[in-house]
Design a protein around this ligand. Structure first.
Ligand code: ADP
Ligand code: MG
Ligand code: ZN
Length: 481
C-alpha cells in the first residue's frame, strides 16, 4: 500500500491596519488601557448601529487583488450568532455566503521548489473582545474582559487544501504575511495577534478521496503551525493504521506539550444561525474603485523574485531571501540602481553581510547607518580593485555603525589596495630573506608553501597588497626567475 499523504488547508485571520474599528469611530490600536477604546457600537449596546468604514473595504480589496482574487461587485454581511463573554452583541458581523472576494492564488517557495496554492476566498469580519484569565491580573476566582479589540476589522483568507507538508504550510503562511506587509494591509505582528491561523489537517492515500479533517485553532507562530501539523499527522495516521477512523472536530494546540487535543466535535458544533445583517446594506464596489486599488498596489514579493531571476540573474534562494522583507528589498534594489557592479555582487553583500548584522542585532534595515548608495560605492571599489574583499569587510563594519562614504573611510584609514609592483616586490624580497628554511623547502618541491609567503606579504601590508600581484611576484622570486 502507498504511503499516507498529508493534506492541509489554512484559514488565516489578519487584523487590518485601519485608523478606526470596522463599524464605529473607536481607535484601532493594540496595547491601550483596557476598555479605553470603546463606544456604544462596539460595546453592543441596544439601539447602536454599525457604519462600515471604507478603509476596511479598501484594505480587504488590496489583499484580494494582491492574491489574484476576483473582487465581487456585491457582497453581503451576515450575523454569526453565538454567546461568549467577549462578544457583547451576541453575534459577530462577518461575511458568509457572499464574501468580498474569491478564486485567487499565489506562489510559495519551499525546500528549493515553487508551487501554486489556491486562495478560496477572502471575507471581512470583526474581531471579538479579549478575556483575561491570568490570576495575577484577574485574581484567583474571576476573569476580566477587555473590549478594546471588539469590532476591530479582520480579513479571513481561506486557502484551498493544496498543501502537502508542514514546510509548504509554513511557506504559504510566510508568503501571506509578506504580501499583507508589502501592501500595508496588516502589520504581520504575530506576537500581538495581528496574524493568526487555523490549520485544517487530514491524511489519505494518494489516489483516494481526501480524509476527514481536524481543524487546529489559533496558531500564532510558524513554529507552532509546523509542530501542530506534524503532531496531527502522526496522530491521525496511527488511528487509521490501528483500524480506527477520524472524526471531524476542532482541536487546540497545547504550546507546552506540543500536542493537540479535542475542543469540540462536529456533532457538538455550533449552529451559528447565520442570516444577513439587517443593519448593514449589501456592500457594492464599483469597477472604478477596484481599478484605483489595483493601481495603488506596490510591486509584490512574487513579481520581485521573477524580476531578480530574469533581469538580474540571481538564484531563487537569494531572491526569496531578499524579498522576504520589503524594506530590505527596496534597499537592495536602490543599491543595484546606483552601482556599476553586477546585481549578484550587491545581492551577496545584502544577503550575507547586511542580513547577518540585522539577525545578530534583531534590527531592521532602518536601524543601520549604511545607505544603499554607500553599499553600491563599496562594492564598486572592490570590483575596481581599490580595496580587497577582506578590507572591504572592515570598511563595511564602520559604515554599518557610523555611516559615511567608503572612499573617505578608506582614505582616512589608509586602507586602499597596494597594486604597485615595486612596493610589493620590496616586501616580498624581505620576507624571502627572512625565511631561508621555507624558501629551501619550497624550492625542494613543497610548493604549497606559496600560501605561507602570500600570507606573510598580506600581514606585512596590513592586508592591503593586491593578492594576485603578490602571488605572481612571490612565484617569480621563489623560482628565481
Ligand atoms: P469550514 O467553514 O467548516 O471551516 P471550509 O469548507 O470553509 O469549512 O474549509 C475550511 C478549510 O479546510 C479550507 O482551508 C480548506 O482548504 C480546508 N479543507 C477542506 N477539506 C479538507 C481536507 N479534507 N483536509 C484538509 N483540509 C481541508
Ligand atoms: Mg473553519
Ligand atoms: Zn466603538
Amino acid at each position: 500500500m502507498s504511503e499516507w499523504e498529508l493534506v492541509v488547508g489554512l484559514e488565516v485571520h489578519a487584523r487590518l491596519q485601519t485608523r478606526t474599528k470596522a463599524f464605529c469611530s473607536c481607535e484601532n490600536r493594540f496595547g491601550a488601557e483596557p476598555n479605553s477604546l470603546v463606544c456604544p457600537v462596539c460595546l453592543g449596546l441596544p439601539g447602536a448601529l454599525p457604519v462600515l468604514s471604507s478603509e476596511v473595504v479598501r484594505l480587504a480589496a488590496r489583499m484580494a487583488l494582491a492574491t489574484r482574487c476576483t473582487v465581487h461587485e456585491r457582497s453581503i454581511f451576515s450575523r454569526k450568532n453565538y454567546f461568549y463573554p467577549d462578544l457583547p452583541k451576541g453575534y459577530q458581523i462577518t461575511q458568509f455566503d457572499r464574501p468580498i472576494a474569491t478564486g485567487g492564488e499565489l506562489e510559495i517557495f519551499f525546500e528549493g521548489d515553487t508551487k501554486r496554492i489556491g486562495v478560496t476566498r477572502i471575507h471581512i469580519e470583526e474581531d471579538a473582545g479579549k478575556l483575561i484569565h491570568d490570576p495575577r491580573i484577574a485574581g484567583d476566582d474571576s476573569s476580566l474582559v477587555d473590549l478594546n479589540r471588539s469590532g476591530v476589522p479582520l480579513i479571513e483568507i481561506v486557502s484551498e487544501p493544496d498543501m502537502r507538508s508542514s514546510a509548504e504550510a509554513v511557506a504559504y503562511l510566510s508568503r501571506i504575511r509578506q504580501i499583507l506587509m508589502y501592501t500595508a494591509v496588516c502589520d504581520g505582528n504575530m506576537e500581538e495577534g495581528s496574524l493568526r491561523c487555523d490549520a485544517n489537517i487530514s491524511v489519505h492515500r494518494p489516489g483516494e478521496p481526501f480524509g476527514t479533517r481536524a481543524e487546529i485553532k489559533n496558531l500564532n507562530s510558524f513554529r507552532f503551525l509546523a509542530k501542530a501539523i506534524e503532531f496531527e499527522k502522526t496522530r491521525q495516521i496511527s488511528i487509521l493504521e490501528g483500524g480506527g477512523s477520524i472524526h471531524q472536530e476542532t482541536r487546540l494546540f497545547d504550546v507546552q506539550s506540543g500536542e493537540t487535543r479535542s475542543m469540540r466535535s462536529k456533532e457538538e458544533a455550533h449552529d451559528y444561525r447565520y442570516f444577513p445583517e439587517p443593519d448593514l446594506l449589501p456592500l457594492e464596489i464599483t469597477g472604478a474603485f477596484i481599478d484605483e486599488v489595483s493601481r495603488s498596489l506596490p510591486s509584490l514579493p512574487g513579481h520581485r523574485v521573477d524580476r531578480y531571476l530574469k533581469e538580474w540573474h540571481l538564484d531563487r534562494e537569494t531572491a526569496e531571501t531578499l524579498v522576504a522583507d520589503r524594506a530590505l528589498a527596496d534597499f537592495f534594489e536602490s543599491a543595484v540602481r546606483q552601482s556599476q557592479s553586477a546585481p549578484v555582487q550587491i545581492a551577496n553583500w545584502v544577503r550575507n553581510d547586511i542580513l547577518g548584522v540585522l539577525n545578530e542585532k534583531g534590527a531592521s534595515i532602518f536601524d543601520l547607518a549604511i545607505t544603499p548608495d554607500s553599499l553600491a560605492a563599496l562594492v564598486d571599489l572592490i570590483e575596481a580593485g581599490t580595496i580587497s574583499g577582506k578590507i572591504a569587510k572592515d570598511v563595511f563594519a564602520e559604515m554599518v555603525e557610523k555611516g559615511g562614504d567608503p572612499e573617505r573611510i578608506i582614505d582616512e584609514r589608509g586602507l586602499s589596495q597596494i597594486s604597485d609592483e615595486d612596493q610589493i616586490r620590496d616586501v616580498a624580497s624581505r620576507i624571502i630573506a627572512d625565511h631561508p628554511g621555507q624558501v629551501e623547502a619550497y624550492r625542494g618541491g613543497k610548493t604549497a608553501l606559496l600560501g605561507f609567503f602570500i600570507g606573510q606579504v598580506m600581514k606585512k601590508t596590513g592586508g592591503r597588497a593586491n593578492p594576485e600581484l603578490a602571488r605572481s611576484i612571490l612565484e617569480s622570486l621563489l623560482t628565481g626567475e
